[in-house]
Design a protein around this ligand. Structure first.
Ligand SMILES: Cc1cc2nc3c(=O)[nH]c(=O)nc-3n(C[C@H](O)[C@H](O)[C@H](O)COP(=O)(O)OP(=O)(O)OC[C@H]3O[C@@H](n4cnc5c(N)ncnc54)[C@H](O)[C@@H]3O)c2cc1C
Length: 167
């Protein structure tokens, strides 16, 4: 089977490597518009429960991630000089670029083809594909094109989003 993943974020890369691991006979290509081994965004955290699931699907990727990530249990809230510490959260954290690099390396090791710097306009660019994965993120062009079929249920809320980090 010929499979094309449009978008090389976590979803496209992880799908590609898991599929290739289970079906080495498939020819799988991940097409990404950004440069090779470059990415935007910064930290990613995974809970212990997420890591447990990743161990089940591909222990090698999970182990590489665990070695590269920092693990912590405690979260400390500091407000007006007062510290409140809670335990038992169980998270690993890593830079997004590093995580994608781990997934890209694992894809290459398994024989997934990675194509960078190609901005895909539509699925019709891959007429010989048996399966196309629309892994092109939250503003997916493919999902927008096939809105009538996928019928996404999206509600835009007025809530403010804050992402706090410590550099
Ligand atoms: C500020 C912030 C913090 C977050 N923190 C966490 C966290 O700590 N832990 C966690 O699990 N999740 C976190 N998330 C959510 C996480 O980032 C997303 O769930 C995840 O990135 C979704 O992966 P994806 O592969 O579906 O999409 P994306 O990561 O958006 O990847 C899509 C890829 O497709 C490519 N692409 C898009 N269109 C095209 C095209 N036409 N042609 C070619 N390539 C294309 C893009 O360049 C991109 O590389 C966070 C999100 C945000 C915004």
């Amino acid at each position: 089977m010929r499979i094309v993943c449009i978008g090389g974020g976590p979803a496209g890369l992880y799908f590609a490597l898991l599929m290739k691991r289970q079906h080495p006979e498939h020819h799988i290509t991940v097409v990404e518009r950004n440069r090779a081994f470059a990415t935007f965004g910064w930290g990613v955290v995974f809970s212990d429960a997420t890591m447990q699931s990743m161990h089940q699907w591909d222990p090698q990727t999970a182990e590489t991630i665990e070695v590269a990530f920092n693990h912590w249990d405690d979260i400390e809230l500091v407000f007006k000089g007062r510290k409140i510490r809670t335990s038992g959260h169980g998270f690993v954290g890593i830079g997004r670029k590093k995580m994608l690099n781990i997934l890209q390396d694992r894809c290459l090791e398994l024989g997934v083809e990675l194509l960078f710097e190609k901005d895909v306009n539509g699925d019709e660019e891959f007429p010989d594909a048996d399966l196309i994965i629309a892994s092109d993120g939250v503003n997916s062009r493919i999902r927008t094109k096939y809105t009538d079929i996928f019928r996404p249920d999206m509600v835009v809320r007025p809530n403010r989003f804050v992402w706090l980090g410590n550099g």
